[in-house]
Design a protein around this ligand. Sequence first.
Ligand SMILES: Cc1cc2nc3c(=O)[nH]c(=O)nc-3n(C[C@H](O)[C@H](O)[C@H](O)COP(=O)(O)OP(=O)(O)OC[C@H]3O[C@@H](n4cnc5c(N)ncnc54)[C@H](O)[C@@H]3O)c2cc1C
Length: 524
Amino acid sequence: MSASIESFAGRVVRCERLREDREVQGDVVIVGTGAGGGVAAEILARAGLKVILVEAGDFKTRADFHMQEAEAYPELYQEVASRKTMDKAITILQGRALGGSTTVNWTICFYIPEPTLKHWAGRYGLGMFDEQELSPWYEEMEKRLRVQLWTRHNPSNLALQRGAKKLNWKHEIAHRNVHNCRSLGYCGTGCPVDAKQSMLITTIPGALQKGAMLLTRCRADRLKWKDGRVEMLECSALDSKGSDTTGVRIRVRARHFVVAGGGIESPALLMRSQVPDPSALLGRRTFLHLTAGSAAMMSERIDPYYGAPQSVYSNEFLWRDGVDGEVGYKMETAPLHPVLAATAFKAWGQAHAGFMHQIPHIQPLIALLRDGFHEDSPGGRVHLRDDGTAVLDYPITDYLWRGARAAFASMAELQFAAGANKVLPLHSDARLYGNWKQARKAIADLPMQPLHAQLFSAHVMGGCMMGPDPERSVVDTDGNHHQIENLSVIDGSLFPTSIGANPSMPIYALAARQASRLAKRIRS
Ligand SMILES: Cc1cc2nc3c(=O)[nH]c(=O)nc-3n(C[C@H](O)[C@H](O)[C@H](O)COP(=O)(O)OP(=O)(O)OC[C@H]3O[C@@H](n4cnc5c(N)ncnc54)[C@H](O)[C@@H]3O)c2cc1C
Protein backbone atom coordinates (compact mmCIF):
# COMPACT_ATOMS: atom_id res chain seq x y z
CA MET A 1 0.00 0.00 0.00
CA SER A 2 1.22 3.48 -0.75
CA ALA A 3 -0.04 6.85 0.44
CA SER A 4 -2.28 8.78 -1.96
CA ILE A 5 -0.72 10.84 -4.71
CA GLU A 6 -1.88 14.13 -3.14
CA SER A 7 0.58 13.62 -0.27
CA PHE A 8 3.52 13.91 -2.66
CA ALA A 9 2.66 17.26 -4.24
CA GLY A 10 6.15 18.48 -3.29
CA ARG A 11 7.72 15.93 -5.65
CA VAL A 12 5.57 16.99 -8.59
CA VAL A 13 6.52 19.69 -11.07
CA ARG A 14 3.46 20.90 -12.97
CA CYS A 15 5.21 22.14 -16.06
CA GLU A 16 2.32 24.30 -17.28
CA ARG A 17 3.22 26.59 -14.34
CA LEU A 18 6.92 26.94 -15.17
CA ARG A 19 8.00 30.36 -16.33
CA GLU A 20 11.57 29.54 -17.27
CA ASP A 21 13.54 26.63 -18.70
CA ARG A 22 14.61 23.92 -16.30
CA GLU A 23 17.21 21.16 -16.21
CA VAL A 24 16.76 18.10 -13.97
CA GLN A 25 18.92 15.08 -13.36
CA GLY A 26 18.38 11.56 -12.07
CA ASP A 27 19.47 7.95 -12.49
CA VAL A 28 16.60 6.91 -14.74
CA VAL A 29 14.08 8.95 -16.66
CA ILE A 30 10.82 7.29 -17.72
CA VAL A 31 8.64 8.81 -20.44
CA GLY A 32 4.99 7.88 -19.78
CA THR A 33 3.24 6.86 -16.57
CA GLY A 34 0.88 4.19 -17.92
CA ALA A 35 0.88 0.42 -17.48
CA GLY A 36 4.54 0.09 -18.51
CA GLY A 37 5.98 3.35 -17.13
CA GLY A 38 4.07 3.25 -13.85
CA VAL A 39 5.15 -0.28 -12.96
CA ALA A 40 8.75 0.37 -14.03
CA ALA A 41 8.89 3.57 -11.95
CA GLU A 42 7.95 1.89 -8.69
CA ILE A 43 10.35 -1.02 -9.15
CA LEU A 44 13.29 1.18 -10.15
CA ALA A 45 12.61 3.64 -7.32
CA ARG A 46 12.38 0.79 -4.80
CA ALA A 47 15.76 -0.39 -6.04
CA GLY A 48 17.20 2.88 -4.77
CA LEU A 49 17.46 4.68 -8.11
CA LYS A 50 16.46 8.30 -8.54
CA VAL A 51 13.59 8.11 -11.00
CA ILE A 52 12.21 11.02 -13.00
CA LEU A 53 8.78 10.51 -14.56
CA VAL A 54 7.81 12.58 -17.60
CA GLU A 55 4.11 12.69 -18.46
CA ALA A 56 2.26 14.74 -21.10
CA GLY A 57 -1.00 14.34 -19.18
CA ASP A 58 -2.17 16.64 -16.40
CA PHE A 59 -1.86 16.13 -12.65
CA LYS A 60 -5.29 14.77 -11.71
CA THR A 61 -6.68 12.95 -8.71
CA ARG A 62 -10.05 11.37 -7.95
CA ALA A 63 -11.35 14.81 -6.90
CA ASP A 64 -11.06 15.84 -10.57
CA PHE A 65 -13.14 12.92 -11.86
CA HIS A 66 -16.83 13.88 -12.09
CA MET A 67 -18.22 11.07 -14.28
CA GLN A 68 -18.60 13.57 -17.11
CA GLU A 69 -17.56 12.52 -20.60
CA ALA A 70 -17.31 16.14 -21.78
CA GLU A 71 -14.62 16.77 -19.17
CA ALA A 72 -12.84 13.46 -19.31
CA TYR A 73 -12.24 13.08 -23.04
CA PRO A 74 -10.31 16.36 -23.53
CA GLU A 75 -8.48 16.00 -20.22
CA LEU A 76 -7.58 12.32 -20.08
CA TYR A 77 -7.39 11.00 -23.65
CA GLN A 78 -5.12 11.38 -26.67
CA GLU A 79 -6.67 13.80 -29.18
CA VAL A 80 -9.87 14.25 -27.12
CA ALA A 81 -10.71 10.53 -27.49
CA SER A 82 -11.07 11.10 -31.24
CA ARG A 83 -7.66 9.92 -32.37
CA LYS A 84 -8.06 8.39 -35.84
CA THR A 85 -5.97 6.28 -38.14
CA MET A 86 -4.66 8.06 -41.26
CA ASP A 87 -7.74 7.30 -43.39
CA LYS A 88 -10.03 8.06 -40.41
CA ALA A 89 -11.50 4.55 -40.59
CA ILE A 90 -10.61 3.55 -37.02
CA THR A 91 -11.09 5.58 -33.84
CA ILE A 92 -8.37 4.96 -31.26
CA LEU A 93 -9.08 5.39 -27.56
CA GLN A 94 -5.81 5.92 -25.70
CA GLY A 95 -5.03 7.67 -22.44
CA ARG A 96 -2.98 10.85 -22.13
CA ALA A 97 -3.16 11.13 -18.39
CA LEU A 98 -1.24 10.67 -15.20
CA GLY A 99 -1.45 6.86 -15.04
CA GLY A 100 -1.75 6.63 -18.84
CA SER A 101 -4.55 4.49 -20.24
CA THR A 102 -4.84 2.70 -16.87
CA THR A 103 -6.55 5.81 -15.48
CA VAL A 104 -9.36 5.42 -18.00
CA ASN A 105 -9.37 1.69 -18.70
CA TRP A 106 -12.17 -0.70 -17.90
CA THR A 107 -10.09 -2.95 -15.55
CA ILE A 108 -10.59 -6.39 -17.09
CA CYS A 109 -7.45 -8.53 -16.70
CA PHE A 110 -6.14 -11.46 -18.76
CA TYR A 111 -2.89 -13.34 -19.24
CA ILE A 112 -1.22 -13.67 -22.62
CA PRO A 113 -3.10 -16.65 -24.12
CA GLU A 114 -1.11 -19.86 -24.53
CA PRO A 115 -1.52 -19.96 -28.36
CA THR A 116 -0.09 -16.42 -28.57
CA LEU A 117 2.97 -17.42 -26.52
CA LYS A 118 3.52 -20.49 -28.72
CA HIS A 119 3.20 -18.38 -31.86
CA TRP A 120 5.73 -15.88 -30.50
CA ALA A 121 8.13 -18.67 -29.59
CA GLY A 122 7.94 -20.29 -33.03
CA ARG A 123 7.85 -17.16 -35.18
CA TYR A 124 9.77 -14.52 -33.22
CA GLY A 125 12.23 -16.45 -31.04
CA LEU A 126 10.41 -15.45 -27.83
CA GLY A 127 10.39 -18.93 -26.27
CA MET A 128 11.64 -17.50 -22.96
CA PHE A 129 8.16 -16.10 -22.32
CA ASP A 130 6.53 -19.34 -21.26
CA GLU A 131 4.05 -19.86 -18.45
CA GLN A 132 6.78 -20.74 -15.96
CA GLU A 133 8.73 -17.55 -16.66
CA LEU A 134 5.68 -15.29 -16.57
CA SER A 135 3.73 -16.67 -13.60
CA PRO A 136 5.76 -15.05 -10.80
CA TRP A 137 5.40 -11.66 -12.52
CA TYR A 138 1.65 -12.11 -12.96
CA GLU A 139 1.42 -13.11 -9.32
CA GLU A 140 3.38 -10.07 -8.18
CA MET A 141 1.25 -7.66 -10.21
CA GLU A 142 -2.04 -9.35 -9.31
CA LYS A 143 -1.18 -8.85 -5.68
CA ARG A 144 -0.04 -5.26 -6.20
CA LEU A 145 -3.16 -4.35 -8.18
CA ARG A 146 -5.61 -6.43 -6.11
CA VAL A 147 -6.87 -8.41 -9.07
CA GLN A 148 -10.03 -10.35 -8.23
CA LEU A 149 -12.62 -12.52 -9.94
CA TRP A 150 -15.69 -10.38 -10.60
CA THR A 151 -19.13 -11.92 -10.15
CA ARG A 152 -21.40 -8.87 -9.73
CA HIS A 153 -22.37 -8.74 -13.39
CA ASN A 154 -24.43 -5.86 -14.73
CA PRO A 155 -27.41 -6.60 -17.02
CA SER A 156 -25.25 -6.11 -20.10
CA ASN A 157 -22.77 -8.80 -19.06
CA LEU A 158 -25.62 -11.06 -17.92
CA ALA A 159 -27.08 -10.79 -21.43
CA LEU A 160 -23.74 -11.87 -22.94
CA GLN A 161 -23.67 -14.80 -20.53
CA ARG A 162 -27.30 -15.73 -21.33
CA GLY A 163 -26.82 -15.59 -25.10
CA ALA A 164 -23.60 -17.62 -25.03
CA LYS A 165 -25.20 -20.20 -22.74
CA LYS A 166 -28.21 -20.58 -25.02
CA LEU A 167 -25.98 -21.11 -28.05
CA ASN A 168 -23.67 -23.38 -26.11
CA TRP A 169 -20.75 -21.05 -26.86
CA LYS A 170 -17.71 -20.84 -24.60
CA HIS A 171 -18.03 -18.07 -22.03
CA GLU A 172 -16.25 -17.23 -18.82
CA ILE A 173 -16.10 -14.79 -15.96
CA ALA A 174 -13.27 -12.27 -15.85
CA HIS A 175 -10.89 -10.76 -13.30
CA ARG A 176 -10.62 -7.03 -12.59
CA ASN A 177 -8.03 -4.85 -10.81
CA VAL A 178 -10.34 -3.08 -8.36
CA HIS A 179 -10.78 -2.75 -4.61
CA ASN A 180 -14.06 -1.69 -2.99
CA CYS A 181 -15.55 -1.07 -6.43
CA ARG A 182 -18.98 0.56 -6.16
CA SER A 183 -20.01 -0.50 -9.69
CA LEU A 184 -20.45 3.11 -10.81
CA GLY A 185 -19.64 2.13 -14.39
CA TYR A 186 -17.66 5.27 -15.15
CA CYS A 187 -14.19 3.68 -15.29
CA GLY A 188 -13.61 5.44 -18.63
CA THR A 189 -13.89 8.92 -17.12
CA GLY A 190 -11.49 8.24 -14.23
CA CYS A 191 -12.53 6.48 -11.03
CA PRO A 192 -13.99 9.04 -8.58
CA VAL A 193 -13.67 6.69 -5.59
CA ASP A 194 -10.14 5.34 -6.19
CA ALA A 195 -11.50 1.80 -6.51
CA LYS A 196 -9.69 1.15 -9.77
CA GLN A 197 -6.15 0.07 -8.98
CA SER A 198 -4.67 2.14 -11.78
CA MET A 199 -1.10 3.40 -11.80
CA LEU A 200 -2.45 6.72 -10.53
CA ILE A 201 -3.21 5.29 -7.10
CA THR A 202 -0.71 2.43 -6.87
CA THR A 203 2.71 2.49 -8.49
CA ILE A 204 3.06 6.23 -9.13
CA PRO A 205 2.55 7.18 -5.46
CA GLY A 206 4.70 4.12 -4.66
CA ALA A 207 7.54 5.55 -6.75
CA LEU A 208 7.10 9.07 -5.32
CA GLN A 209 7.24 7.64 -1.82
CA LYS A 210 10.67 6.27 -2.70
CA GLY A 211 11.93 9.66 -3.87
CA ALA A 212 10.90 9.76 -7.53
CA MET A 213 10.16 13.10 -9.18
CA LEU A 214 7.17 13.62 -11.46
CA LEU A 215 6.88 16.16 -14.28
CA THR A 216 3.32 16.56 -15.59
CA ARG A 217 2.19 18.43 -18.70
CA CYS A 218 5.70 17.71 -19.89
CA ARG A 219 6.03 16.37 -23.44
CA ALA A 220 9.14 14.41 -24.37
CA ASP A 221 10.20 15.75 -27.78
CA ARG A 222 13.44 13.95 -28.55
CA LEU A 223 16.37 12.04 -27.12
CA LYS A 224 19.79 13.50 -27.84
CA TRP A 225 22.25 10.66 -28.36
CA LYS A 226 25.86 10.29 -29.42
CA ASP A 227 28.24 7.34 -29.81
CA GLY A 228 25.54 4.79 -28.95
CA ARG A 229 24.42 6.52 -25.71
CA VAL A 230 21.57 8.87 -24.91
CA GLU A 231 22.83 12.02 -23.23
CA MET A 232 19.66 13.97 -22.63
CA LEU A 233 15.91 14.09 -23.11
CA GLU A 234 14.49 17.34 -24.47
CA CYS A 235 10.95 18.18 -23.41
CA SER A 236 8.42 20.98 -23.87
CA ALA A 237 6.07 22.27 -21.20
CA LEU A 238 2.43 22.07 -22.29
CA ASP A 239 -0.25 24.56 -21.33
CA SER A 240 -2.90 23.63 -18.77
CA LYS A 241 -5.22 22.18 -21.42
CA GLY A 242 -2.36 20.24 -22.99
CA SER A 243 -3.20 21.61 -26.40
CA ASP A 244 -0.14 23.81 -26.96
CA THR A 245 3.41 24.29 -25.74
CA THR A 246 4.15 27.24 -23.43
CA GLY A 247 7.63 27.88 -24.85
CA VAL A 248 9.35 26.60 -21.70
CA ARG A 249 11.87 23.79 -22.32
CA ILE A 250 12.86 21.09 -19.85
CA ARG A 251 16.05 19.08 -20.21
CA VAL A 252 16.41 15.81 -18.38
CA ARG A 253 19.77 14.12 -17.88
CA ALA A 254 20.05 10.55 -16.59
CA ARG A 255 22.16 7.41 -16.73
CA HIS A 256 19.36 5.44 -18.33
CA PHE A 257 16.31 6.37 -20.43
CA VAL A 258 13.08 4.33 -20.48
CA VAL A 259 10.49 5.02 -23.15
CA ALA A 260 6.98 4.01 -21.99
CA GLY A 261 4.71 6.25 -24.05
CA GLY A 262 2.62 3.29 -25.29
CA GLY A 263 1.96 2.11 -28.85
CA ILE A 264 2.18 4.93 -31.45
CA GLU A 265 3.85 7.44 -29.07
CA SER A 266 6.89 5.34 -28.08
CA PRO A 267 7.94 4.60 -31.66
CA ALA A 268 7.14 8.24 -32.55
CA LEU A 269 9.58 9.52 -29.90
CA LEU A 270 12.30 7.18 -31.16
CA MET A 271 11.58 8.24 -34.75
CA ARG A 272 11.78 11.95 -33.86
CA SER A 273 15.08 11.19 -32.14
CA GLN A 274 16.36 9.41 -35.26
CA VAL A 275 17.69 6.49 -33.25
CA PRO A 276 19.25 3.74 -35.39
CA ASP A 277 16.67 1.46 -36.98
CA PRO A 278 18.57 -1.14 -39.02
CA SER A 279 15.69 -3.63 -38.84
CA ALA A 280 13.39 -0.96 -40.41
CA LEU A 281 10.75 -2.12 -37.91
CA LEU A 282 10.39 1.02 -35.82
CA GLY A 283 6.73 2.10 -35.88
CA ARG A 284 5.77 -0.90 -38.00
CA ARG A 285 3.70 -3.88 -36.89
CA THR A 286 1.45 -1.69 -34.75
CA PHE A 287 -1.66 -3.65 -33.78
CA LEU A 288 -5.07 -2.60 -32.55
CA HIS A 289 -7.36 -5.53 -31.77
CA LEU A 290 -9.52 -3.94 -34.42
CA THR A 291 -12.95 -3.79 -32.79
CA ALA A 292 -16.46 -4.00 -34.25
CA GLY A 293 -19.63 -3.32 -32.27
CA SER A 294 -23.29 -4.31 -32.21
CA ALA A 295 -26.23 -2.77 -30.34
CA ALA A 296 -29.15 -4.91 -29.19
CA MET A 297 -32.51 -3.41 -28.23
CA MET A 298 -33.84 -5.27 -25.20
CA SER A 299 -37.27 -5.07 -23.53
CA GLU A 300 -35.73 -4.85 -20.08
CA ARG A 301 -33.54 -2.00 -18.87
CA ILE A 302 -29.86 -2.62 -19.42
CA ASP A 303 -28.51 0.76 -18.28
CA PRO A 304 -25.24 0.08 -20.11
CA TYR A 305 -23.52 2.99 -18.35
CA TYR A 306 -23.72 1.37 -14.91
CA GLY A 307 -21.81 -1.50 -13.34
CA ALA A 308 -18.49 -3.14 -14.09
CA PRO A 309 -18.15 -2.54 -17.84
CA GLN A 310 -16.68 -5.95 -18.66
CA SER A 311 -16.96 -9.08 -16.54
CA VAL A 312 -18.10 -11.88 -18.89
CA TYR A 313 -16.46 -12.78 -22.21
CA SER A 314 -16.65 -15.40 -24.93
CA ASN A 315 -13.64 -16.94 -26.65
CA GLU A 316 -15.85 -19.11 -28.87
CA PHE A 317 -14.36 -17.63 -32.07
CA LEU A 318 -10.92 -16.59 -30.81
CA TRP A 319 -8.87 -19.57 -31.97
CA ARG A 320 -11.46 -21.46 -33.97
CA ASP A 321 -9.48 -21.51 -37.22
CA GLY A 322 -6.08 -22.07 -35.60
CA VAL A 323 -3.58 -19.40 -34.59
CA ASP A 324 -2.68 -18.27 -38.09
CA GLY A 325 -5.89 -19.16 -39.92
CA GLU A 326 -8.84 -16.80 -40.43
CA VAL A 327 -8.78 -13.96 -37.92
CA GLY A 328 -10.27 -14.88 -34.54
CA TYR A 329 -12.16 -12.53 -32.23
CA LYS A 330 -12.94 -12.23 -28.56
CA MET A 331 -16.44 -11.09 -27.59
CA GLU A 332 -17.04 -8.73 -24.67
CA THR A 333 -19.47 -6.05 -23.60
CA ALA A 334 -18.57 -2.35 -23.47
CA PRO A 335 -19.88 0.56 -21.43
CA LEU A 336 -22.15 2.93 -23.31
CA HIS A 337 -22.31 6.54 -22.18
CA PRO A 338 -24.20 9.27 -24.05
CA VAL A 339 -21.30 10.94 -25.90
CA LEU A 340 -19.82 7.60 -26.95
CA ALA A 341 -23.27 6.40 -28.01
CA ALA A 342 -23.95 9.57 -29.99
CA THR A 343 -20.78 9.07 -32.01
CA ALA A 344 -21.17 5.31 -32.39
CA PHE A 345 -24.66 5.47 -33.93
CA LYS A 346 -24.38 6.85 -37.44
CA ALA A 347 -27.81 8.34 -38.00
CA TRP A 348 -29.22 11.83 -38.27
CA GLY A 349 -32.14 13.92 -36.93
CA GLN A 350 -35.12 12.02 -35.56
CA ALA A 351 -33.51 8.63 -36.19
CA HIS A 352 -30.47 9.59 -34.10
CA ALA A 353 -32.64 11.08 -31.36
CA GLY A 354 -34.66 7.85 -31.35
CA PHE A 355 -31.52 5.82 -30.71
CA MET A 356 -30.41 8.12 -27.95
CA HIS A 357 -33.77 7.67 -26.20
CA GLN A 358 -33.26 3.92 -26.39
CA ILE A 359 -29.89 3.90 -24.59
CA PRO A 360 -31.24 2.52 -21.28
CA HIS A 361 -32.44 -0.55 -23.22
CA ILE A 362 -29.36 -1.04 -25.38
CA GLN A 363 -27.00 -3.95 -24.80
CA PRO A 364 -23.65 -3.21 -26.48
CA LEU A 365 -21.41 -6.03 -27.62
CA ILE A 366 -17.93 -5.74 -29.08
CA ALA A 367 -15.68 -8.19 -30.94
CA LEU A 368 -11.91 -7.66 -30.74
CA LEU A 369 -10.08 -9.03 -33.78
CA ARG A 370 -6.77 -10.74 -33.05
CA ASP A 371 -4.50 -8.94 -35.57
CA GLY A 372 -0.89 -9.75 -36.49
CA PHE A 373 -0.94 -13.55 -36.61
CA HIS A 374 -1.32 -13.93 -40.38
CA GLU A 375 0.69 -12.51 -43.27
CA ASP A 376 -2.43 -10.64 -44.44
CA SER A 377 -2.53 -8.86 -41.10
CA PRO A 378 0.76 -6.92 -40.97
CA GLY A 379 -0.64 -4.17 -38.72
CA GLY A 380 -0.17 -0.44 -39.09
CA ARG A 381 2.77 1.89 -39.45
CA VAL A 382 3.44 5.05 -37.44
CA HIS A 383 4.27 8.17 -39.47
CA LEU A 384 5.39 11.58 -38.26
CA ARG A 385 3.52 14.63 -39.48
CA ASP A 386 5.46 17.79 -40.36
CA ASP A 387 5.08 19.06 -36.76
CA GLY A 388 6.50 15.80 -35.36
CA THR A 389 3.19 14.44 -34.07
CA ALA A 390 2.32 10.83 -34.80
CA VAL A 391 -0.36 9.30 -36.97
CA LEU A 392 -0.99 5.61 -37.56
CA ASP A 393 -1.56 4.32 -41.07
CA TYR A 394 -3.51 1.08 -40.63
CA PRO A 395 -4.81 -0.33 -43.92
CA ILE A 396 -7.64 -2.79 -43.33
CA THR A 397 -6.98 -5.85 -45.46
CA ASP A 398 -9.62 -8.15 -46.97
CA TYR A 399 -8.56 -10.71 -44.36
CA LEU A 400 -9.57 -8.32 -41.56
CA TRP A 401 -12.77 -7.30 -43.35
CA ARG A 402 -13.77 -10.96 -43.51
CA GLY A 403 -13.18 -11.14 -39.78
CA ALA A 404 -15.24 -7.99 -39.16
CA ARG A 405 -18.17 -9.40 -41.17
CA ALA A 406 -18.02 -12.70 -39.27
CA ALA A 407 -17.85 -10.77 -35.98
CA PHE A 408 -20.94 -8.66 -36.83
CA ALA A 409 -22.82 -11.90 -37.54
CA SER A 410 -21.68 -13.65 -34.33
CA MET A 411 -22.59 -10.64 -32.20
CA ALA A 412 -26.09 -10.42 -33.72
CA GLU A 413 -26.61 -14.16 -33.27
CA LEU A 414 -25.62 -13.97 -29.62
CA GLN A 415 -27.77 -10.89 -28.97
CA PHE A 416 -30.88 -12.49 -30.48
CA ALA A 417 -30.19 -15.62 -28.42
CA ALA A 418 -30.03 -13.37 -25.35
CA GLY A 419 -33.52 -12.05 -26.08
CA ALA A 420 -32.93 -8.96 -28.22
CA ASN A 421 -35.99 -7.52 -29.99
CA LYS A 422 -33.80 -5.88 -32.60
CA VAL A 423 -30.09 -5.70 -33.39
CA LEU A 424 -28.10 -2.97 -35.09
CA PRO A 425 -24.55 -3.74 -36.28
CA LEU A 426 -22.48 -0.55 -35.95
CA HIS A 427 -22.16 0.01 -39.66
CA SER A 428 -23.60 2.99 -41.53
CA ASP A 429 -25.38 0.81 -44.11
CA ALA A 430 -26.96 -1.49 -41.52
CA ARG A 431 -30.55 -1.22 -40.31
CA LEU A 432 -32.28 -2.48 -37.21
CA TYR A 433 -32.88 -6.17 -37.85
CA GLY A 434 -35.84 -7.94 -36.22
CA ASN A 435 -34.54 -11.50 -36.10
CA TRP A 436 -31.36 -13.53 -36.58
CA LYS A 437 -32.30 -14.83 -40.03
CA GLN A 438 -32.87 -11.31 -41.34
CA ALA A 439 -29.68 -10.02 -39.69
CA ARG A 440 -27.56 -12.88 -41.04
CA LYS A 441 -28.71 -12.25 -44.62
CA ALA A 442 -28.22 -8.46 -44.38
CA ILE A 443 -24.80 -8.70 -42.72
CA ALA A 444 -23.60 -11.02 -45.51
CA ASP A 445 -24.32 -8.19 -47.99
CA LEU A 446 -23.01 -5.20 -46.01
CA PRO A 447 -20.18 -3.40 -47.83
CA MET A 448 -17.06 -3.91 -45.71
CA GLN A 449 -15.30 -0.64 -46.40
CA PRO A 450 -13.52 2.08 -44.44
CA LEU A 451 -15.92 4.60 -42.87
CA HIS A 452 -18.92 2.31 -43.47
CA ALA A 453 -18.12 -0.12 -40.65
CA GLN A 454 -17.57 1.88 -37.45
CA LEU A 455 -14.36 0.36 -36.16
CA PHE A 456 -12.43 1.38 -33.11
CA SER A 457 -9.67 0.24 -30.75
CA ALA A 458 -8.68 0.78 -27.13
CA HIS A 459 -5.62 -1.50 -27.36
CA VAL A 460 -2.58 -0.12 -29.16
CA MET A 461 0.27 -2.62 -29.26
CA GLY A 462 3.56 -3.06 -31.13
CA GLY A 463 5.72 -0.60 -33.05
CA CYS A 464 8.92 -1.27 -31.05
CA MET A 465 8.95 -5.03 -31.47
CA MET A 466 11.12 -7.06 -29.09
CA GLY A 467 13.20 -10.07 -30.06
CA PRO A 468 16.62 -11.66 -29.69
CA ASP A 469 17.76 -10.84 -33.23
CA PRO A 470 18.75 -7.18 -33.88
CA GLU A 471 17.94 -7.68 -37.56
CA ARG A 472 14.34 -8.64 -36.77
CA SER A 473 13.47 -6.45 -33.79
CA VAL A 474 13.90 -2.97 -32.31
CA VAL A 475 14.73 -3.98 -28.74
CA ASP A 476 15.90 -7.18 -27.05
CA THR A 477 13.70 -9.38 -24.87
CA ASP A 478 14.43 -7.22 -21.83
CA GLY A 479 13.29 -4.14 -23.73
CA ASN A 480 16.84 -2.82 -24.18
CA HIS A 481 17.46 -1.05 -27.46
CA HIS A 482 19.71 -3.11 -29.71
CA GLN A 483 21.89 -0.19 -30.78
CA ILE A 484 21.63 2.41 -28.00
CA GLU A 485 23.22 1.18 -24.79
CA ASN A 486 21.30 3.16 -22.17
CA LEU A 487 17.84 3.13 -23.76
CA SER A 488 14.93 0.75 -23.05
CA VAL A 489 11.30 0.48 -24.08
CA ILE A 490 8.90 -0.85 -21.43
CA ASP A 491 5.26 -0.76 -22.53
CA GLY A 492 2.70 -2.25 -24.91
CA SER A 493 4.73 -1.31 -27.97
CA LEU A 494 7.03 -4.31 -27.44
CA PHE A 495 4.61 -6.99 -28.60
CA PRO A 496 5.28 -8.62 -31.99
CA THR A 497 1.55 -9.26 -32.60
CA SER A 498 -1.58 -8.30 -30.75
CA ILE A 499 -2.15 -10.33 -27.59
CA GLY A 500 -5.55 -11.82 -28.36
CA ALA A 501 -6.81 -10.56 -24.98
CA ASN A 502 -7.03 -7.17 -23.30
CA PRO A 503 -3.38 -6.24 -22.82
CA SER A 504 -2.98 -4.39 -19.52
CA MET A 505 -2.00 -7.37 -17.33
CA PRO A 506 0.58 -8.66 -19.86
CA ILE A 507 2.07 -5.14 -19.93
CA TYR A 508 2.15 -4.93 -16.11
CA ALA A 509 3.80 -8.35 -15.83
CA LEU A 510 6.38 -7.81 -18.56
CA ALA A 511 7.16 -4.34 -17.21
CA ALA A 512 7.73 -5.80 -13.74
CA ARG A 513 10.11 -8.40 -15.19
CA GLN A 514 11.97 -5.93 -17.38
CA ALA A 515 12.26 -3.19 -14.77
CA SER A 516 13.58 -5.67 -12.17
CA ARG A 517 16.26 -6.82 -14.60
CA LEU A 518 17.05 -3.24 -15.57
CA ALA A 519 17.45 -2.21 -11.92
CA LYS A 520 20.07 -4.93 -11.47
CA ARG A 521 21.80 -3.92 -14.68
CA ILE A 522 21.99 -0.22 -13.77
CA ARG A 523 23.18 -0.90 -10.24
CA SER A 524 25.88 -3.26 -11.40
C1 LIG B 1 -10.90 3.36 -22.68
C2 LIG B 1 -9.92 2.23 -22.50
C3 LIG B 1 -10.34 1.07 -21.88
C4 LIG B 1 -9.44 0.00 -21.70
N1 LIG B 1 -9.84 -1.09 -21.00
C5 LIG B 1 -8.95 -2.09 -20.75
C6 LIG B 1 -9.31 -3.20 -19.93
O1 LIG B 1 -10.40 -3.28 -19.38
N2 LIG B 1 -8.37 -4.18 -19.77
C7 LIG B 1 -7.15 -4.13 -20.36
O2 LIG B 1 -6.37 -5.07 -20.20
N3 LIG B 1 -6.78 -3.08 -21.10
C8 LIG B 1 -7.63 -2.05 -21.30
N4 LIG B 1 -7.24 -0.95 -22.01
C9 LIG B 1 -5.87 -0.93 -22.58
C10 LIG B 1 -4.78 -0.72 -21.54
O3 LIG B 1 -5.15 0.23 -20.58
C11 LIG B 1 -3.53 -0.28 -22.31
O4 LIG B 1 -3.21 -1.31 -23.24
C12 LIG B 1 -2.32 -0.05 -21.42
O5 LIG B 1 -2.59 0.90 -20.42
C13 LIG B 1 -1.17 0.43 -22.29
O6 LIG B 1 -0.04 0.63 -21.47
P1 LIG B 1 1.20 1.44 -22.01
O7 LIG B 1 2.16 1.55 -20.91
O8 LIG B 1 1.63 0.81 -23.30
O9 LIG B 1 0.64 2.90 -22.41
P2 LIG B 1 -0.37 3.87 -21.68
O10 LIG B 1 -0.98 3.23 -20.49
O11 LIG B 1 -1.29 4.37 -22.73
O12 LIG B 1 0.54 5.06 -21.14
C14 LIG B 1 1.30 5.89 -21.98
C15 LIG B 1 1.46 7.26 -21.33
O13 LIG B 1 2.59 7.89 -21.93
C16 LIG B 1 2.33 9.25 -22.09
N5 LIG B 1 3.16 9.75 -23.19
C17 LIG B 1 3.21 9.27 -24.46
N6 LIG B 1 4.11 9.95 -25.18
C18 LIG B 1 4.63 10.89 -24.36
C19 LIG B 1 5.60 11.91 -24.56
N7 LIG B 1 6.23 12.09 -25.74
N8 LIG B 1 5.89 12.71 -23.52
C20 LIG B 1 5.28 12.54 -22.31
N9 LIG B 1 4.36 11.59 -22.09
C21 LIG B 1 4.04 10.77 -23.10
C22 LIG B 1 0.86 9.31 -22.43
O14 LIG B 1 0.34 10.60 -22.14
C23 LIG B 1 0.29 8.20 -21.55
O15 LIG B 1 -0.15 8.73 -20.34
C24 LIG B 1 -8.11 0.12 -22.19
C25 LIG B 1 -7.70 1.30 -22.80
C26 LIG B 1 -8.59 2.36 -22.95
C27 LIG B 1 -8.11 3.62 -23.61
